[in-house]
Design a protein around this ligand. Structure first.
Ligand code: NIG
Ligand code: FE
Length: 398
């Protein structure tokens, strides 16, 4: 495949974590790609020899976005539910069952085509790594096939059989938890890296959530939790207790929740495997449910590692756009542009416990975005504008 030099980079975000600047910004830089990986980063005036060259024209270059929370395996949409919400209806999560019905009725090929369309949409907007959850099947066969299809698109697949209790188990939730921990997990685990539970009033209580996450862990899966989205609750502290890689949403947090997350924090992941629990914020969900945004400032000031993700799903957040989430985080959650860009790249990688993506340093995957802008600041400064000029995934221009 030969070597590829990206040069004439006006501003390069490396996330190398050195020199007190988390973004590791370099000016007038160049970057060499070999075998799909970053081989060298340095000043543009001393470029190494390469077989091919891309001239960034003085633009900003940053790591491809790492979208660590997405529900892409589903059929149908819920535009009417969104319209009703904008007319004053509250979001309860009750619509999940509508999507479950449509997903069960869809063919494998229809589901695969739907994931392919959303994955392509994400790539065009700069997302080069995505986590994909099941959770709209909720039978043994439908959860297994959702994950089998998800695994065709990503290594980061998440078993979310505990999304809601499906209608046919409505009056016997204990039996459903038994199904999730037993035959459903057995069928899902070969295709899953992670296990997740929607721990919320109306979904799964803390005892059920703990039981399901512990079964998943025993089957070799890493833990993530949908926590504290619709109200205060035990999800965040449960996640920290179980060593979750990430607790997601974090919209309603007590001081004890913030302390638990801060107590889990380590920065060792930049050099070795990360061990802390990341708080993944999903501002697309607050936007689309017209809810108050999580308090990112409070988490950052407490020293918690924060990630941003889309939560792309047909109910609470039907956006695939990480640039949109960055802009929301800056405008609505009082993150600085630098914090938001870090959270959407390195933060997402930390939430997936990955050290090969979310940064542009020698040895990392050559996943990068060339902006139609001189600086990453424009991602928040110019919201809604298509600023992604070119995406390289595994070193290959897309
Ligand atoms: O992350 N909170 C639970 N699950 C999704 C919403 C799913 C849906 O409404 O279909 C979420 O927001
Ligand atoms: Fe979600």
């Amino acid at each position: 495949m030969g070597s590829l030099l990206v040069d004439n980079i006006g501003e390069l975000v490396t996330n190398d974590g050195r020199g007190g600047d988390p973004l590791g910004v370099r000016r007038d830089a160049a970057l060499l790609i070999e075998d799909g990986q970053v081989a060298w980063v340095g000043p543009a005036r001393y470029p190494p020899a390469a077989d091919r060259r891309i001239d960034a024209g003085g633009a900003a270059v940053l790591p491809g976005f790492v979208d660590s929370h997405a529900h892409l395996v589903f059929a149908g949409d819920r535009a009417a539910e969104f319209a009703a919400r904008m007319a004053g209806e509250p979001y309860t999560g009750g619509g999940i069952r509508t999507t479950v019905g449509a997903t069960r009725a869809a063919s494998d090929d229809d589901l695969r085509a739907a994931v392919r369309r959303l994955r392509a949409e994400m790539l065009r907007q700069g997302t080069t790594t995505v986590e994909i959850k099941s959770g709209y099947g909720l039978t043994v066969a439908d959860e297994a096939r959702s994950l089998r299809i998800a695994a065709e698109f990503t290594e980061d697949t998440t078993f979310l059989g505990a999304h809601v209790v499906p209608a046919e188990y409505a009056d016997r939730p204990d039996d459903y938890v038994g199904l999730v921990c037993g035959p459903m997990l057995a069928a899902a685990a070969p295709y899953a890296r992670w296990v997740d539970v929607f721990c919320e009033r109306g979904a799964f209580d803390v005892d059920h959530a703990r039981a399901i996450l512990a079964c998943g862990q025993a089957a070799g899966l890493g833990v993530r939790v949908h926590a504290n989205q619709l109200g205060p609750g035990p999800g965040v502290q449960l996640g920290v207790e179980l060593g979750a890689a990430s607790v997601d949403h974090c919209t309603h947090l007590s001081d004890a929740d913030v302390d638990a997350l801060a107590g889990s924090t380590t920065t060792e992941w930049l050099s070795g495997p990360p061990t802390n629990t990341v708080a993944t914020l999903l501002p697309g969900a607050e936007f689309s449910t017209r809810s108050p945004y999580p308090d990112a400032r409070r988490l950052l000031d407490a020293g918690v590692t924060v990630a941003l993700a889309t939560d792309c799903n047909p109910g609470s957040s039907y956006t695939s756009s990480m640039p949109f989430c960055v802009a929301l985080a800056v405008r609505e959650m009082r993150m600085t542009p630098a914090e938001a860009v870090w959270a959407a790249t390195a933060g997402g990688a930390a939430a997936l416990r990955r050290t090969d993506v979310g940064r542009l340093t020698p040895g990392s995957r050559a996943d990068l975005v060339i902006l139609d802008a001189p600086t990453y600041l424009h991602l928040a400064y110019r919201p809604g504008v298509p600023l992604i000029r070119q995406v390289l995934h595994n070193g290959v221009p897309r």
